[in-house]
Ligand binder design. Structure first.
Ligand code: 0A1
Ligand code: ZN
Length: 879
């Protein structure tokens, strides 16, 4: 618990460590009432440091120190300084052994950092600074050591004992206890340490690497989950093969292990050779996981695996460099998912998420650059900016360099820095050195926060046949940053002729056979481009594939958008045009009442989508999704949430009524028979069918009601069962809704991952997620304050998705959230700090809302003993 005001850590204060640790020998004695950790460190003065520091400084958090010895000599309390979060051993020699014994209470660790218990098993989470909750250590990523770990526990209760690397020794001990010793030959930072002990089932598989080595793949789960491993193991093998083929990266250890735990703060963790996953991000069966969950699992398994090179072999020098591993690894997992499924759909999903959530972060009080300059609590910086914007930044480098040079750059990066802890600048330099391109200005993407805004205007001169695009860029101020410099933006575009044909982009009058798509490079505050040889004014297709994470302001007409929706050769921009059209229509209806007419052009466009089965159905499934309320709110200046909700509902109801027969036909056309498979084609068909169902139930169609009830009862997979349930939850058929929700719970109550879905479908819906209903869900026996997934699926879904209820005029949603944050702050500050986030945007809203949101934040700020995590978010938001 914090006793003084949290300190800010600055990148500019970085110093190489004065001491390094070559080897760590750990011995864990695990008991029911606690754990004793014996650590033996081989410490040496760092030859790369010019520091004359005489004292050894170790980090420690919530530890009980039992003993400490230096080169075999026991130190008395007067021989060291153990205050706050540091242990200081004065006047140490240039090389020595330090033996430390600590005592912990994993069974009482609700923060889920360091060593803790989840459903009776011991497990760890050490990123970013959890290792210091296990033993005293220079807990920073640039100290890389080889680890040997002996785990001892009761043999009957904890038959499986795991840590990083290879198991080198095992045996029985007295009193029914046993031990296993693990050795990891690769030096690693402490944040990649892991340990697991439990009564777990093992699932085995194997993978032959490109050099012909056989790797043992092992998955460890609780016995009840034995049938939910196949998908993760298959995904892992696909990821291993893909990383060899696309990046030339081979796995290095002989064993690769995956463990599923129910209580986990994040999605998963890339510990060396021993990845630990949140159960909801790894376990799947056709009966219990939706298509989306299958896809999410595939990408997270791949993400953690890819970290073995981008993160573990080459790691971060300090936590300001977090995006070095996260941005690059997200980029790698996106490429992988794109290769495994539909590239256009993947791009749409990534861009939609970025525009909805990362743009919002960039416009809020916690905005920070991809490489931040300061932080109070590093766990608050596992953000969409570090991950997703960081991924976009890597993607732009690839766009600028081209595939081949990018691969040369990544080869050089891995080769040059293998075994090192480096910076984002080292990454960019490797890309420059391999390609010969100068990325000096490009580096601003790492340094400047905020989303660049492009204002684009055009004109056409009929007499000369020249079409001129003028593009200006500005980057809004963000906390601590003003007057930003123009960035280097790759801007992909095409031009379409009146018949929809792609036109050549002729930049000079004498250019022959110009390409039909170009990537323009924007580098100045204002630039213009001329395209020659055109007979008529073209329709521009701007920022194709979302080639840069920027906002675009261009005065599209509805005709142009409708035209692009059906003619653009770039699938992403087809979708984008549809979204922009729908947004324009929804916006024009805000505050217009329930009888205002909906633009027939939009209805016709959607009818066209539904009717044309020659189109890529995966793209159609995406195009049919109306822009979310969250995105509409993000786009609005002073959003009126209820009015936005009503306008969107009005469009939805109109589409459902007007297109009833088309939706019915779509539903029936996409009914699949045969075995369930997660291919882009069948995923698209289930999605189309479930969208049609949801729309029809939205207007309480009686025939659709019967279809939904039948689909729910007969489904052989969770996508269809959940699709039917969700549609019923979105209807006014109250009895069916209640009965189906009850049935669903009865069926799946033993499965925590499904119960989480059951919670969130209710909490996210206006019909089942009113505040009193939320409070009732929190009284449900399956709700558990110690389990982050349950908190996310009820409180998180309410505040993040059930927006009209959360933003109720009377401020009850805000007060509720602030109470939950305060309550959670004592037990799990990381989750509390994430939960508070919806309140931090209070300045965006008109005072009727904003003032109450602010008051709710102030309430949190007054809580006594506020954690550093929540303190940072709340104080930055109120500043
Ligand atoms: N490095 C992991 C995510 C992760 C980050 C922090 C954690 O605890 C504070 C846990 C996991 C990843 O990118 O998958
Ligand atoms: Zn990661």
């Amino acid at each position: 618990m914090r006793t003084s005001q949290p300190q800010t850590i600055y990148l500019k204060d970085y110093k190489v460590p004065a001491f390094v640790v070559d080897h760590v020998d750990l011995r864990f004695e695990l008991f029911e009432d606690g754990a004793r950790v014996h650590s033996l460190l081989n410490v040496r003065r760092n030859p790369e440091s010019d520091s004359t520091e005489k004292n050894l400084e170790l980090d420690g958090d919530s530890l009980t120190l039992e003993s400490i010895q230096l080169d075999g000599r026991t130190l008395d309390e007067g021989d060291y300084d153990n205050r706050g979060e540091k242990l200081i051993v004065p006047a140490v020699p240039d090389q020595f052994e330090l033996a430390v014994v600590t005592w912990l209470e994993p069974q009482n660790n609700t923060r889920l950092e360091g060593l803790y218990k989840s459903s009776g098993m011991f497990c760890t989470q050490c990123e970013a600074q959890g290792f210091r909750c296990i033993t005293y250590f220079p807990d920073r990523p640039d100290v890389m050591a080889r680890f040997r770990t002996r785990v001892e526990a009761d043999k009957a209760a904890y038959p499986v004992l795991l840590s990083n690397g290879n198991d080198v020794e095992k045996g029985d001990l007295e009193n029914g206890r046993h031990y296993v010793t693990w050795e990891d030959p690769f030096p690693k930072p402490s944040y990649l340490f892991a340990l697991v002990a439990g009564d777990l089932v093992e699932k085995r598989d194997s993978f032959r690497t490109m050099s012909g080595r056989d790797i043992d793949l092992r998955m460890y789960i609780e016995p009840r989950n034995a049938e939910k491993c196949d998908h993760a193991l298959d995904s892992l093998k696909r990821a291993m093969r893909w990383d060899e083929e696309v990046y030339g990266r081979e796995y290095d250890l002989d064993i690769f292990m995956i463990v599923a735990v129910d209580d986990f703060n994040m999605g998963a963790m890339e510990n060396k050779g021993l990845n630990i996953f949140n159960s909801s991000c790894v376990l799947a069966s056709q009966e219990t996981a939706t298509d989306m969950a299958f896809q999410r699992i595939e990408s997270i398994v791949a993400h953690e695996y890819f970290h073995n090179w981008s993160g573990n072999r080459v790691t971060c020098r300090d936590w300001f460099q977090l995006s070095l591993k996260e941005g690059f690894t997200v980029f790698r997992d996106s490429q992988f998912s794109s290769d495994m499924g539909s590239p256009t759909v993947k791009r749409i999903e990534d861009a939609a998420m970025l525009r909805t959530a990362q743009f919002a972060e960039d416009a809020g009080p916690m905005a920070h650059p991809v490489r931040p300059e300061s932080y109070m609590e590093i766990t608050n910086f596992y953000t969409l900016t570090i991950y997703e914007k960081g991924c976009e930044v890597v993607g732009m480098i690839r766009t600028l360099l081209g595939d081949e040079m990018f691969r040369k750059g990544s080869d050089l990066y891995f080769e040059r820095h293998d075994g090192q802890a480096v910076t984002t600048d080292d990454f960019v330099r490797a890309m420059e050195d391999a390609s010969g391109r100068d990325l000096t200005q490009f580096r601003l993407w790492y340094e400047q926060a905020g989303t660049p805004e492009l204002t684009i205007r055009d004109d056409f001169d009929q007499s000369s046949g020249v079409y001129r695009l003028s593009i200006s860029q500005t980057i809004p101020d963000t906390p601590g940053q003003t007057n930003k410099k123009p960035q280097h933006i790759p801007f992909a575009l095409g031009l379409l002729g009146a018949g929809g044909e792609p036109l050549p982009l002729t930049l000079t009058a004498d250019e022959q056979d110009a390409p039909k798509e170009r990537v323009l490079e924007l580098t100045e505050a204002e630039q213009s481009f001329e395209f020659h040889g055109l007979d008529e004014r073209p329709v521009p297709s701007l920022l194709r594939h979302f080639s840069a994470p920027v906002r675009v302001d261009y005065p599209w007409t509805r005709e142009q958008l409708t035209f692009l929706m059906s003619n653009d050769v770039d699938g992403f921009n087809r979708w984008d045009a549809g979204q922009r059209l729908a947004i324009d229509v929804i916006r024009s209806l805000i505050g217009q009442g329930d009888s205002a007419p909906v633009d027939p052009g939009l209805i016709a466009a959607y009818r066209g989508l539904l009717a044309d089965d020659s189109l890529d159905q995966a793209l159609v499934a995406k195009m049919l999704q109306l822009p979310t309320e969250a995105y509409l709110i993000e786009l609005a200046e002073k959003p009126e949430v209820q009015a936005i909700h009503q306008a969107r509902e009005r469009v939805l109801s109109t589409l459902a009524n007007e297109l009833r027969d088309d939706l019915m036909a779509c539903y029936h056309r996409n009914t699949l028979s045969g075995v369930y498979e997660v291919t882009p084609e069948s995923v698209a068909r289930r999605s189309l069918r479930n969208t049609a169902l949801a729309w029809l139930l939205h207007v309480n169609d009686d025939e659709a009601r019967s279809l939904a009830l039948a689909q729910y009862a007969d489904a052989d997979n969770m996508t269809d069962r959940m699709g039917a349930l969700r549609a019923l939850v979105g209807s006014d058929f109250e009895e069916d809704r209640e009965a189906t929700l009850d049935d669903f719970y009865q069926r799946f109550q033993k499965d925590p991952q499904v119960v989480e879905q059951w919670f969130s479908v209710q909490a996210a819906s206006g019909r089942t997620g009113s505040l009193p209903q939320i409070q009732q869900l929190m009284q449900h026996p399956a709700f558990d304050w110690k389990n982050p997934n349950k908190i996310r699926s009820v409180i998180g879904a309410f505040a993040g998705q059930n927006l009209p209820a959360f933003h109720a005029e009377d401020g009850s949603g805000y007060r509720f959230l602030s109470e939950q944050v305060c309550r959670l702050d004592d037990s799990n500050p990381q989750i509390a700090a994430r939960l508070v986030s919806p309140l931090t945007r209070w300045r965006k809203f008109a005072p009727v809302h904003g003032d109450q949101m602010k008051a709710a934040l102030e309430k949190v700020s007054q809580k006594s003993g506020l954690s550093r995590d929540v303190y940072e978010v709340v104080h930055k938001s109120l500043a």
